[in-house]
Design a protein around this ligand. Structure first.
Ligand SMILES: Nc1ncnc2c1ncn2[C@@H]1O[C@H](COP(=O)(O)OP(=O)(O)OP(=O)(O)O)[C@@H](O)[C@H]1O
Length: 303
């Protein structure tokens, strides 16, 4: 199911003044895809993310689930709030410092009434999926590095198998190497689970790595949107051009190549393919992972 925000407006009233933070924004976040919302500070990105997550009430407009619930296997009785999860810029925001990591990750599942043995198995499996050793589950958040804590926050967000995860500047507080690994892991998790991402970012390299579609916000409005490849190749709005021009492509020798149509495999996973970069891990994906596009499984190749 897709998450559809239609004609959202948000006004903040404070001490007699009104800020029109969002002035009529419509976006659709699809399963298996990443919508990147970019825009300068104060353009309304976080406000839209909060509305999508149910953390902020819109002044007007609607938030709804649309699509065919039978077709994507998400016809279930989970309340809507469980189908959207949020990963914050600072991972400690979603982890209770007084709880062991296992409890923080498991809590949403426990509340669903799943037997304890299944909770433990799923939590351990997910921690490995995000690239951590299960031993971190028995420690406290203060014992984790920033990158490890963000991986735990991602595991926590995914534990109830949400349709959509909102990533609000998910790598902004991390250094370049850790950022790269987290982005690779997010791409892999999307390929494995079909989760949709709504990513808020200022970071053009994150956009290049993950985005399927891009919406550019300016002054509370979406001023430019479309498939990521098109927007990046031919940006119309000055803000988008400035954002793209400011940072060079991480590795200009790397190009994308479609290798297989996107199909769901058994157990809800997508088919895998061999990375064509011989010998070493792919420089974009970190470990020979494969980026998923809207309709195609793609692998990178070096010119
Ligand atoms: N709780 C609030 N009360 C009053 N004004 C707010 C509140 N939250 C945000 N605003 C204002 O709404 C506008 C949009 O803010 P928002 O945080 O959504 O922008 P943003 O694009 O995410 O910015 P940044 O990239 O700096 O996080 C800004 O002018 C901001 O000052």
């Amino acid at each position: 199911m897709d998450l559809v925000l239609d004609d959202i407006r948000v006004d903040y009233r404070r001490r007699g003044t009104t800020t029109h933070a969002v002035r009529g924004v419509s976006v659709r976040v699809r399963r298996g895809e990443t919508l990147a919302i970019v825009g300068e500070s104060g353009s309304g990105k976080t406000t839209i993310a909060k509305v999508a997550a149910g953390l902020q009430k819109a002044t007007s407009g609607t938030v709804a689930w649309r699509g065919d619930p039978e077709a994507d296997g998400s016809a279930d009785s989970r309340p809507p709030v469980r189908r959207v999860q949020m990963v914050f810029q600072h991972p400690m925001q979603s982890l209770d410092p007084l709880w062991k990591v296992r409890r923080s990750v498991a809590e949403p599942l426990r509340r669903s009434g799943l037997p304890e043995a299944e909770v433990r198995a799923r939590v351990s499996g997910l921690i490995e999926q995000v690239g951590l050793d299960p031993s971190v589950l028995d420690g406290y958040p203060r014992e984790l590095s920033g990158g490890q804590a963000q991986r735990v926050a991602i595991a926590r967000a995914l534990v109830c198998d949400p349709d959509i995860v909102i990533l609000d500047e998910p790598t902004a507080s991390l250094d370049q190497t850790v950022r790269s690994r987290i982005l690779a892991r997010l791409a892999q998790l999307q390929a494995e689970t079909g989760v949709g991402y709504l990513m808020i970012t200022h970071d053009i390299s994150s956009v290049r790595r993950l985005a399927t579609r891009i919406a550019v916000m300016y002054g509370g409005l979406v001023v430019e949107s479309g498939p990521a490849r098109e927007v990046l190749a031919d940006a119309q709005h000055p803000y988008t051009r400035a954002l793209i021009d400011a940072v060079p492509v991480a590795d200009p020798r790397v190009t994308w190549k479609a290798v297989a149509p996107l199909r769901r495999g058994p157990g809800g996973t997508f088919p895998d393919a061999a990375c064509p970069v011989p010998g070493s891990p792919c420089s974009r994906h970190g470990s020979g992972l494969h980026q998923i596009g809207p309709e195609r499984l793609v692998a990178c190749t070096v010119r």
